[in-house]
Design a protein around this ligand. Structure first.
Ligand code: NAD
Length: 278
């Protein structure tokens, strides 16, 4: 049986959570947007005011309720999308907290970039109502969303998820058989792994690699520019999760990359990554 989604909770209002909240509100869903950090929630208000500034979008801002109260965030919702950092233990904890407080019929999705929901689902009792629902921000430029089942996800949950994705004018990328990284991220990750090692080994510099990529693919950004946009801490954690899964030393992110992250060179959000950003 498929559920009618009316109200959505987004847990984690960082880079992706706020974009998913904005997109969802734009398509007339009620949205509760929660983060554990009050500072992040203040920052979100600035982001959302800008997002909803155009006249034709302005009234949609009313669809969003920004809250620092976890139980309020989960009240009467039909779908929850977890958007906390890429740490499987943290995601399990958050899933368990959601499971305890959310309405029994609600579906819980994770926006994880790499973990199959089957690695998180043991934290909840409603294993038939969990999904990977993975966005590719910036959402307006890349309106596609991976959708993947856990080991016990029902057909009804899957259909509801797919229909909801379509309803916010995104294309569902259906993963038929579980794979870490889903559809596009799996392709993208092979490229990242290769270029990071080329850079760290001194085979070619980032500008050369990005230029080659842009000329060949016709895209306007190269892999290093894209990683700077995503955040190098996020990119590093994702690479580490692939490495932990495979145990293959060729998958281990280079030390030079780790050092960059430890220095706080996180890309666009910190002003310095592989490139300098204003
Ligand atoms: N950055 C991307 O381009 C991208 C794309 C697709 C998916 N993702 C995935 O989305 C998830 C979030 O990534 P992000 O880039 O938005 O990270 P982010 O660091 O920008 O945001 C994470 C937010 O979660 C909050 N948070 C931490 N612990 C929390 C908790 N226990 N409860 C509630 N909030 C908590 C933090 O305060 C922060 O605001 C990750 O799983 C990531 O892999 C990221």
């Amino acid at each position: 049986m498929s559920t009618k989604i009316k109200k959505v909770a987004i847990i984690g209002a960082g880079f992706t959570g706020r974009q998913i909240a904005a997109r969802t509100a734009l398509y007339d869903y009620k949205v509760n947007l929660y983060d554990m950090s009050k500072e992040v929630l203040e920052d979100v208000k600035v982001f959302l005011k800008k997002f909803f500034r155009p006249k034709n979008k302005r009234e949609k801002y009313q669809n969003i309720n920004i809250t620092h109260d976890f139980s309020e965030a989960l009240m009467d919702v039909d779908l929850i999308i977890e958007c906390v950092p890429e740490d499987v233990e943290l995601k399990k904890r958050v899933f368990a907290q959601i499971d305890e407080l959310a309405p029994a019929h609600a579906i819980i999705g994770t926006n994880s970039s790499s973990y199959p929901v089957s690695k998180i689902e043991d934290a909840v009792t409603r294993k038939d109502k969990v999904l990977n629902i993975h966005f590719y921000p910036p959402i307006p430029l890349r309106p596609m969303v991976d959708i993947m089942k856990g080991t016990e996800t029902s057909e009804g949950t899957f259909e509801t998820g797919k229909n909801w994705i379509k309803s916010i004018e995104c294309t569902p990328l259906v993963v038929k058989k579980e794979i870490m990284g889903f559809v596009f991220n799996r392709i993208w990750r092979a490229i990242k792994c290769e270029v990071l090692h080329m850079w760290a080994n001194g085979n070619a510099d980032v500008e050369t690699i990005d230029t080659a990529w842009k000329i060949f693919t016709g895209m306007n950004m190269g892999p290093f520019e894209l990683m700077d946009g995503v955040g190098l801490d996020v990119a590093y954690n994702v690479e580490m999760s692939y490495y932990k899964e495979s145990g293959d030393p060729r998958d281990k992110p280079p030390e030079k990359f780790k050092e960059k992250v430890e220095k706080g060179e996180l890309g666009l959000k910190s002003g310095q990554g592989f490139y300098k950003w204003k």
